[in-house]
Design a protein around this ligand. Structure first.
Ligand SMILES: *Cc1c(COP(=O)(O)O)cnc(C)c1O
Length: 367
């Protein structure tokens, strides 16, 4: 028996009639870039997130990058980021020429610790970039309050948290602007690369709209030095199909997470995910901690169970940032998470039988 980490093919199989119909519709339309599908998806996704605007772009990294540029962030500026995140969060800041100022996570939620943010704010700080890691929303009410008090931009990296809520309000609607990725493995995934920003700020929406298309609103009228980062029609059409199932599929992930939480409780030295009472996560990952994580991962692999590590190397220890001056800051919580975190298989299509197999293999391994 083998249990994959995530079976993307079963996502297609469940939707194949609608996906195939969307494919035909786009192919027959003769419009493949910036057409009706993209506009329709933008309207539908803005409505879903509870924002006024959504602008589709090429991928999640570019959604972040263009959002930062639209806020006027560039060389000489500092942006507060979590130390525990996927490296894309940092790269987007670095590509603007601004400096990243990493903040350690809360040891229980693994998301940026709001209590540590204010001490890191300097004259040069322009924005807080909060990440909703593993589908667990960051503490947006406290973070919004800090951003407001210091007149900083608040940007959300919601690439792992489509549909997650804080006190009933969806992520993507808290920041001045939020960035989403629709990479195929995300909760709302395309069948290729795709991304978007959401915002209530018309000015930011317009700037991203111009930046994604060579800096032009009208063909051959280039107002700024823009990029080519457009959401193509096929991906937009596929995303419209997937969006209709997002809440149901997130509910299935939640059911699977509650099952793990219930049957892995009180397992030797295994730390289970913690959810604050104000948070409604969407379980992009189900991350456990164990002091002998590598042994646990190997023994699960012997039982045919694929697990992953999110992330084995925190951004500050990556070669890409080896020349970076962190001004003596230490990121020991992020480093400890990199050594102890293990992501168990979770998806809308995981069966209780597969989960039982994961649970027994963990119990046997840790006995
Ligand atoms: C996936 C991801 C991104 C980047 O998205 P891409 O579409 O792969 O460019 C950014 N931030 C986080 C937290 C992510 O998980």
């Amino acid at each position: 028996m083998t249990i994959p980490f995530l079976d993307l093919k079963s996502q297609y199989h469940e939707l194949h009639a609608e996906i195939d119909e969307a494919f035909k519709r786009v192919m027959e339309s003769g419009v493949y870039i910036l057409g009706d599908e993209c506009r329709a998806f933008e309207a539908e996704y803005a409505k879903y997130c509870g924002t006024k605007y959504c602008v589709g772009v090429g991928n999640g990294l570019e959604a972040l990058h263009l959002a930062l540029i639209a806020c006027g962030i560039g060389p000489g500026d500092e942006v507060i980021v979590p130390s525990n995140t996927y490296i894309a969060t940092w790269l987007a800041v670095s590509h603007t020429g601004a400096r990243v100022v990493p903040i350690e996570p809360n040891p229980k939620t693994y998301n940026i610790d709001p209590g540590l943010i204010e001490a890191a704010i300097s004259q040069r700080t322009k924005a807080i970039l909060a990440v909703h890691l593993y589908g667990q929303p960051a503490d947006m009410e406290r973070i919004s309050e800090i951003a407001e008090r210091h007149a900083l931009w608040l940007i959300e990296d919601a690439a792992q948290a489509h549909g997650a809520r804080v006190n009933g309000r969806r992520v993507g609607s808290f920041g001045d602007v939020a960035a989403f990725s629709f990479y195929p493995t995300k909760n709302l995934g395309a069948f290729g690369d795709a991304g978007a920003i959401t915002t209530d700020n018309l000015d930011i929406a317009e700037r991203v709209r111009v930046l994604r298309n060579y800096g032009s609103r009208e063909k051959y009228q280039n107002e700024v030095m823009g990029f080519n980062s457009r959401l193509d029609e096929l991906q937009a059409a596929f995303l419209r199909v997937r969006l209709k199932r997002l809440d149901e599929w997130n509910a299935r992930r939640t059911r699977a997470a509650l099952y793990y939480l219930r049957f892995l409780e009180n397992t030797q030295d295994l730390v289970l995910p913690y959810t604050p009472q104000w948070a409604e996560p969407v379980w992009h990952q189900f991350v456990v901690l164990h002091p002998r994580r590598d042994d646990l991962q190997k023994s699960l692999a012997r039982a045919g169970i694929t697990t992953l590590i999110h992330y084995p190397i925190p951004p500050h220890l990556s070669v890409a940032y080896s020349g970076y001056d962190f001004e003596g800051r230490k990121f020991s919580i992020a480093e400890r998470l990199a050594k102890t975190a293990l992501s168990l298989p979770i998806s809308p299509h995981i069966s209780p039988e597969d989960q039982d197999a994961v649970i027994s293999a963990i119990r046997e391994s840790l006995q």
